[in-house]
Design a protein around this ligand. Structure first.
Ligand code: CMC
Length: 428
């Protein structure tokens, strides 16, 4: 793979470092032997210039605003595909035939129920617990219930664990919602689609039949597609790092959920809607834009900016379109959408945002849609976790199947005290 080399001169010595080329994207300088050859480490705390792995799943060109899953542009997948099909694609590398898709959908639907004892687990949480706290706990606990799919050296067990995680996530998320509102849990109904079933388990009640609104089902499915994978983001890297030690998949995904919860990552959709509510009306926007630009003010425009996209996030384009579809289907018109559109317009004209290449990201509009569908803000990140599970699982499988896989173990630039002698307490 290496037909180029980079030369590094350090400590009066020059060494050649191989340069690897992917199928598309920047070249990658291979520094694996750097420490052995020079005795020096590299320093890159936020991994801004570091590729942590080789992957064939997802490609992002942040400057051009491109996102591809297994080569297919996200816009095309959101328009023509389904979440089940994108899940198959991420897991298997190719789009399924009709029979393969039917088989996959059937298999997933046969894993939607949770072990009955897990329902008692929920009762240990406070009713006002954040759904992400419940998700971390319950997903981690799956490893205590599904022992027959925790042997990571067995490809068949890995496959079953992957299917279980994708299938059970909607049930787990819906139960977290039901618990918070004091309504009975609903069992899955496998006659419905993956997404229709999730909507019913969330918003249905046992006392009456639940009608899935096709436009909402389609919008929700599209939201799941938009969140399915996003290459080596913080939570995916967390899943890979946890998995690199040989931890079981349920534990790894629980670690991913914990990482996703943060407001700089998956928690941004909740934070973005809260911010829009705080801004309220378009006349207040200039004040908040000024606050976002003020280095002495911790306020940031939530749903704006991205580590990788220095252009419009292609997922935000689809999200913005989906808002209108949901509003039309549900005959709602949340004035916050107008506030969001105006905020985007003003920010994109402002020199600060232009110079720093800050554009709306996937989370800017998702809160407005999810709120119109009826989800409380606390559920937003749980929905992100539900959809991202397939990406996490696909990335985890890719890593475990890689014969060159080793435990992830970064080094550090140590700045603490050098060796010194212990001083007894009466002498300090
Ligand atoms: N509002 C105001 N200023 C911002 C913003 C923002 N939303 N985002 C970045 N900046 C400024 C930042 O202050 C910095 O300025 P300076 O160079 O003068 O110090 C510059 O832009 C670069 O920012 P950074 O924090 O170094 O960039 P990063 O790549 O480390 O952070 C980010 C990316 C997403 C954490 C950040 O843009 C942010 O906090 N955005 C708001 C939270 C958000 O919407 N997160 C969702 C990300 S998309 C969902 C996902 O994939 O998880």
């Amino acid at each position: 793979m290496a037909d180029k080399a980079a030369t590094l001169t350090y400590d009066n010595k020059s060494i050649d470092l191989p340069v690897l080329a992917g199928s598309v994207g920047p070249d990658v300088i291979d520094i694996r032997k750097l420490y052995g050859q020079t005795g020096a480490f590299t320093y890159d705390p936020g991994y801004k210039s570091t590729a942590s792995c080789e992957s064939a799943l997802t490609y992002i060109d942040g400057d051009e605003g491109v996102l591809l899953h297994r080569g297919y542009p996200i816009g095309q997948l959101a328009e023509h595909s389904s979440f089940m099909e994108v899940s198959y694609l991420l897991l298997n590398g190719e789009l399924p035939s009709k029979d393969e898709l039917d088989d996959f959908t059937y298999t997933i639907s046969r894993h939607t129920m949770l072990h009955e004892q897990l329902a008692t687990f929920y009762r240990g949480f406070r009713r006002d617990a954040h759904p992400m706290a419940i998700m971390c706990g319950v997903v981690g606990a799956l490893s205590a219930f599904y022992h027959d799919s925790t042997d990571i050296s067995d490809p068949e067990q890995r496959k079953i664990a992957s299917h279980r995680l994708i299938a059970k996530m909607p049930t787990i998320a819906a139960m977290a919602f039901k618990y918070s509102v004091g309504q009975p849990f609903l069992y899955p109904d496998n006659s419905l689609s993956y997404t229709g079933n999730f909507l019913r388990m969330t918003f249905g009640v046992p006392a009456e039949p639940y009608e899935v609104v096709p436009a909402v089902e389609r919008a929700m499915d599209r939201i799941f597609i938009l969140h399915a994978d996003h290459e080596q983001n913080a939570s995916t890297s967390t899943v890979r790092l946890a998995g690199s030690s040989g931890a079981n998949p349920f534990a790894c995904i629980a670690a991913g959920i914990a990482c996703l919860w943060g407001p700089a990552h998956g928690g941004a959709n909740e934070a973005a809607l809260n911010m829009l509510r705080e801004i309220g009306t378009p006349d207040k926007i200039p004040h908040y834009i000024e606050r976002a630009k003020d280095k002495n003010d911790p306020f940031r425009l939530m749903g704006f900016g991205h580590r990788v996209y220095k252009n419009y996030d292609p997922r935000a384009t689809v999200m913005q379109k989906t808002v209108r579809e949901v509003f039309d289907a549900l005959k709602v018109n949340d004035p916050l959408f107008e506030t969001a559109l105006r905020l985007e317009e003003l920010a994109l004209k402002d020199d600060y945002f232009i110079e720093k290449k800050l554009f709306p990201n996937v989370d800017f509009y998702s809160g407005v849609i999810l709120s119109a569908i009826g989800f409380p803000t606390t559920m937003f990140t749980a929905l992100f976790a539900l959809a991202r599970t397939v990406g996490w699982v696909a990335q985890w499988n890719e890593m475990i199947s890689d014969p060159g896989q080793v435990i992830g173990r970064p080094r550090q630039l140590y700045t603490g005290p050098t060796e010194r002698d212990y001083v007894p307490v009466d002498k300090r």
